[in-house]
Ligand binder design. Sequence first.
Ligand SMILES: NC(=O)CC[C@H](N)C(=O)O
Length: 392
Amino acid sequence: MQKTAKLALADGSVFTGTAFGADGEVHGEVVFNTSMTGYQEILTDPSYCGQIVTMTYPQIGNYGIVPEDVESSGIALQGFIIRELCEIPSNYRATQTLDEYLKAAGVIGLQGIDTRALVRKIRTVGAMTGVLSTEDLDDESLVKKAQNSPQLAGQDLVSQVIPQSACEWEEGLSELAQSSSTHSFAGNMIDTLAENEDNTDCDFHIVAIDYGMKWNIARHLKQLGCKVTILPGNCTAQDVLDLNPDGVFLSNGPGDPEPLTYAIETIRGLLGKVPIFGICLGHQLLGLACGCKTFKLKFGHRGANQPVVNQDTGQVEITSQNHGFAIDPESMPDDVEITHINMNDNTVAGLRHKTYPAFSVQYHPEASAGPHDSHYLFQQFFDSIKQAQVSS
Ligand SMILES: NC(=O)CC[C@H](N)C(=O)O
């Protein structure tokens, strides 16, 4: 029998549809993702912690759930909203339906609402707090709860998703990922996998600081031929330096970067001592450590076809993105420069320190899901480590 579920937003609107996945009630910031595929990678991306995610693509679940395609050990997002759930997936790799997966993970799903209307509202008003419930179906009560839910800005959500302890990461890219990368159409980009042949003579040690890292990033770092040690996002600069790394990677992660003062302090303690590469939250934290400020975007960038222009080459990369905050270009000190710009709204998509070997991007070169145009950034990190060894 079909069960009703409702989404109420802080602006007073209520969307009524059908429940799938688990029962219950959650609150979070309601955001949308425009990717046509990749719902499993989105569900398991820890950067969505604290958010209720709506997919704009109209049918979700049609290729089921594949155990090898997860990006972390669980689901950190609060709730999942779609137009239509596919109940009979068609995929030889799938072992479960999306409905079964969300039920087992205790995540509430809502389907059958007008997701276009919801997305247009978010685009007009901005990302808002909302409540998703299968228990309380009273509109007035739900709207009140949505209005009283905590705002995402100002919270430290990283502490909810960082690993408990350090570990060594051993897994490279899967055969499937390698073959799809080799056959990608990013013809004029440096092919990371082909370049790896040259990396085998270098025994570099990369420390990846994990603020809620997507596993495909760790796989890419391993694929460079490096030893990869993962440290929890609350580590100190001394913890990192004690491992004597050749390079430090700063991961993606959830929420507002500004309250993460411990992470900013750690990065300040590493700047100039070791080459640094940051992705998404890692990019924002590197910017903050260099003296930049961040601000909240109206509704963020979440999707797999965000065009970014590389300021060095003039080439456009089609990128995978998931962020709600960005670096304020006005706040950029003289020793930091912009390397990439988002072509949709001209926001900062990449930066580099002018004297220290440190660079970062606001988007996701590891894709998962998304295009492979930006894989070259991993090799760029490797090359910056090599360069630092030569000049030291
Ligand atoms: N994917 C990420 O690392 C997201 C960064 C940050 N939480 C933001 O929303 O802007």
